[in-house]
Write a protein that binds this ligand. Structure first.
Ligand code: FES
Length: 132
């Protein structure tokens, strides 16, 4: 890959977006590859959005939500988790490697976890490019 990968991160408003915000405010360093899209809940991210993001040129897609049991809409993150297998299957159907998708849970007080997740995802996608 002769360019930096682009990672789309769908972040729920209440936890992961707040963690990303805190990471920025705390001046934590993380790869600049991530493009954050704020959603109210991880359960709102339709599987088609993941496929569409990759089809439109993203190299990886993350869904980031509150820890299981802490969703502000009760069970949105459980719905997101239940859909993640379907997303993996969809990706295969569309010819995308499953490593291009990741689902992560974090609280608003875990900016380091946000940094770690984004870094891991970026590395994962870069390895795919090297392998391909
Ligand atoms: S509000 Fe964060 S995952 Fe539902």
């Amino acid at each position: 890959m002769d360019r930096e990968p682009i990672i789309i991160a769908f972040c729920c408003n209440w936890c992961s977006y707040a963690a990303a915000d805190l990471a920025g405010n705390s001046r934590l360093k993380y790869p600049p590859n991530v493009r954050i899209i704020r959603v109210m809940c991880s359960g709102m991210v339709h599987p088609e959005l993941v496929v569409e993001s990759l089809s439109q040129g993203a190299d990886g897609v993350m869904i980031m939500g509150c820890h299981i049991g802490e969703c502000h809409y009760i069970d949105g993150n459980q719905k997101a988790l239940a859909r993640s297998d379907m997303i993996t299957e969809l990706l295969e159907d569309f010819g995308f490697e499953e490593q291009r998708f990741g689902i992560f849970w974090l609280s608003s007080a875990e900016p380091e976890r946000f940094v770690e997740a984004v870094s891991d995802m970026t590395e994962r996608v870069k390895k795919l490019a090297q392998a391909g």
